[in-house]
Design a protein around this ligand. Structure first.
Ligand code: ATR
Length: 281
């Protein structure tokens, strides 16, 4: 937190108008009575290097980084936390002794959401992960940290799944889509990290009927909250956890760094964001 005056934080992306982060941090600032600010900043990819290099002298305590700048933030930082280092992308920035520090709280957000909504997920050992993009990296980090020893990574483009399996080391196997059904039969958790289901369109080609009773199904997509995959899981009697909680929980560590208080993810906060999602359908 800044020593003097009002702490200021930001979210930087391109485009940035759609970001819900200002609503989340604004809610916490307001309800905790903290006189800080959190603003949206649109920075073109051509200028992100300059923006990041200028942060130590900007007056900002730090901020969030979103698409397409997470890799640039990882590259620009003087210090990285363990998650950002392994994931290869950073979503949270702060200053340490005048130097730019970067972390990745997406894996924390993924785990904290499941801790809140399906705490028995930590007893699982076998996971089926769909997709091998940026979001999959955070999910793999969280699953490994939670002790999953058999993680099956399924992707349309097999080479991308192989790359991630190599990066994250032992316990992760890479497969093409056609293998998903067979790999589902003894999975404790199914995680969709692909964009399939966004806007209610399409669903990953995995039959939830093939999952064992007691499996958890979660999606990082949160528009709509109930994706076709989650609806199918619920229909099958499985525990289904939506992706909004991950977004809310990933925000908390940054807020604490910039404003000095650890905020809580409450039903009221969730309600505020759900109302905004509904209003912008
Ligand atoms: P993010 O960083 O949000 O994860 P990304 O890096 O573009 O986004 O990754 C998107 C993921 O969704 C990828 O795993 C992608 O599969 P490919 O690696 O084969 O491209 C997956 N995906 C997107 N559209 C898809 C589709 N129509 N069918 C199957 N997979 C799809």
């Amino acid at each position: 937190m800044a020593d003097r005056g009002i702490a200021r934080a930001f979210v930087v992306g391109h485009p940035i108008a759609h970001s819900r982060s200002p609503l989340i941090h604004g809610y916490w600032l307001e309800t905790l009575g903290i006189p800080g600010s959190y603003e949206r900043i649109d920075v073109h990819p051509d200028s992100i290097g300059r923006f990041l290099a200028g942060l130590p002298r900007s007056g900002f305590a730090g901020g969030n980084v979103t698409i397409p700048h997470k890799e640039a933030a990882h590259r620009a930082a003087d210090r990285l936390d363990e998650a950002a280092e392994l994931i290869g992308a950073a979503n949270t920035l702060w200053l340490e002794e005048g130097r730019l520090a970067a972390g990745n709280t997406d894996a924390y957000g993924f785990a904290a959401n499941l801790d809140a909504e399906a705490p028995h997920w930590r007893k699982g050992r076998t996971a089926l992960v769909l997709g091998a993009g940026g979001a999959a990296r955070a999910v793999l980090f969280a699953l490994k940290e939670a002790g999953f020893g058999d993680i099956r990574l399924v992707n349309r483009t097999l080479s991308r799944a192989r790359e991630l399996a190599d990066r994250f080391g032992a316990g992760i196997s890479a497969h093409g889509w056609e293998a998903a059904g067979a790999l589902a039969a003894d999975a404790d958790i199914l995680v969709n990290t692909t964009s399939l289901g966004m806007g209610g369109e399409g669903a990953p080609p995995v039959e939830v009927a093939l999952l064992p009773d007691g499996a958890i199904v979660t999606d990082i997509v949160y528009v709509p909250l109930e994706t076709p995959l989650l609806a199918a899981a619920r229909g099958r009697g499985l525990r289904a956890v939506d992706g909004l909680g991950m977004l809310l929980h990933q925000a908390a560590p940054g807020f604490e760094r910039w404003f000095g208080t650890r905020p809580e993810v409450t039903p009221a906060l969730r309600g505020r964001i759900v109302a905004d999602l509904e209003a912008h359908k």
